[in-house]
Design a protein around this ligand. Structure first.
Ligand SMILES: *Cc1c(COP(=O)(O)O)cnc(C)c1O
Length: 445
């Protein structure tokens, strides 16, 4: 028995499923999740002393790699001043200013964001964003897309991605019918379906919430003009557009996926952005932001209540500021380069074994959809029809070769600025065996 196996037995006694977030479980791929004791740069080490090249990156936050010197130093400095005060600190303002500045520097039609409210998790950010949209518009219904994940908010769990998709669940028990009755789920990349929903419920839809680019059903690239089309439709029907950049924000580019794409789509901007993951560089923090007239609807100045004992926690804020300060242009171009190199190598390895696939990307974020033609996957139905069972063998082969990937075919591959040539070579040399394993996978009955 390995140390991880022993630790997992122990954790399962006192923690449901042995994990504190279902995506960490190995239910869909089988086996025992390694218990991690240490991480540095592009590597993680488990309790048995195995070192892996990490392609999970804490599910996104580790943009600079693990234990980046400046981030660790900033947190140490913050620790020396106390852990939490439940009062205002200048760091919160600095982080909000950084977010506003980064977004507006990429805006081509005047400022896209004026204010930011800091919260502790991405779930809180999206939950608050729909409450704010409802409060602002005085409407109840929201539109979400099948396969998009926005955290474990009751109203947003219908046909959600991430762990909900991995475990093949339609949604979640414990969510009332009354709650989901206000959620309209439509297929991704389908503007006609959005228009039809708006026409069916005139004056009732508060917001459309969408992932900037879906990365929680595997990556699904928004079709050309899809996000801009959502902007036009929401405007036409008087609803808000909530752009969930919790995963893509400050990762796809210095201004997120929006920063990569909005300028060439006419310079549109959403009404509310949500951020998380990279914004805390590994500490719990997230945010929502938008124009002043909308954000001022939040308490204490406005009628939409939102609060948090640990919101804007000084350690999280310090980690976030240091992460964004060090996420320079060179960092993004290094990750972009590594990503396109790896995509090429993955494609070549799978081609060599005759494994039909498509590689879906959203900037430097990508994933592989098995058994799909050149057109790839456009929505959740396509994802569900793909040969995702091939991932199990692929995943275990990579793990055996010392590459730690998400234990689900429906998650993205995350690179960091710390993935140097040595780390990349290790990933690349693991690919042929993994491709062979994927090729010989049998469809489960
Ligand atoms: C991770 C994620 C969330 C939820 O964030 P948590 O911090 O896990 O609550 C929301 N939206 C998207 C797009 C995400 O990827």
């Amino acid at each position: 028995m390995t140390v991880s196996e022993e630790l997992f037995e122990r954790s399962q006694r006192v923690i449901p499923g042995g994990v504190n977030s279902p995506v960490r479980a190995f239910n869909s791929v089988g086996g025992t999740p390694p218990f991690i004791v240490d991480a540095e740069g592009p590597y993680v080490k488990d309790a048995d002393g195995n070192q892996y090249v990490d392609l999970v990156g804490s599910w996104g936050p580790a943009l600079l790699g693990h234990r980046h010197e400046a981030v660790i130093e900033a947190v140490h400095t913050a620790v020396d001043h106390g852990l939490s005060f439940g009062a205002s600190t200048v760091g919160e303002t600095e982080l909000a200013e950084t977010v506003v500045d980064r977004i507006n520097r990429s805006a081509t039609n005047g400022p896209a964001i004026d204010q930011v409210r800091l919260v502790s998790t991405g779930t809180e950010a999206t939950m608050t964003s729909i409450r704010l949209a409802r409060g602002y518009t005085g409407r109840d219904k929201i539109i979400k897309f099948a396969g998009c994940y926005h955290g474990h908010v009751d109203a947003l769990l219908s046909e959600a991605g991430s762990g909900v998709a991995t475990l093949s669940l339609p949604g979640s028990a414990g969510v009332t019918q009354a709650t989901t009755a206000e959620t309209i789920v439509v297929p991704y990349n389908d503007l006609d379906a959005v228009r039809t929903a708006f026409e069916k419920y005139p004056g009732e839809i508060a917001a459309v919430i969408t992932e900037a680019a879906p990365c929680n059903m595997g990556v699904v690239t928004p079709g050309p003009g899809f996000n801009a089309g959502l902007r036009e439709l929401t405007r036409e029907f008087g609803a808000l557009m909530i752009f969930d950049e919790v995963l893509t924000g400050f990762r796809a580019s210095s201004a997120g996926y929006w920063g990569l794409t909005s300028a060439e789509e006419g310079g549109w901007a959403p009404d509310i952005y949500t951020f998380g993951k990279v914004i805390g560089g590994g500490m719990p923090i997230a945010a929502l932001g938008g124009r002043r007239e909308i954000m001022e609807y939040l308490a204490p100045n406005g009628p939409v209540y939102q609060a948090g004992t640990l919101s804007g926690n000084p350690l999280s804020v310090a980690a976030g500021i240091a992460t964004l300060r060090n996420a320079t242009g060179q960092v993004y171009s290094a990750i972009d380069r590594a990503s396109s190199h790896l995509r090429q190598e993955v494609g070549a390895a799978l081609d060599a074994e005759g494994v039909q696939h498509s590689i879906q990307s959203a900037g430097n974020i990508f994933s592989v959809a098995f058994g799909t033609g050149e057109n790839g996957v456009r929505n959740y139905e396509d994802v569900k029809a793909s040969e995702s069972y091939r991932y199990t063998a692929f995943f275990h082969s990579m793990l055996d070769s010392g590459v730690y990937m998400a234990p689900s075919p429906f998650e993205a591959w995350f690179l960091s600025a710390a993935h140097d040539d040595a780390a990349m070579d290790r990933i690349v040399s693991a690919l042929p065996a993994a491709a062979r394993a994927a090729a010989s996978s049998e469809r489960p009955r």
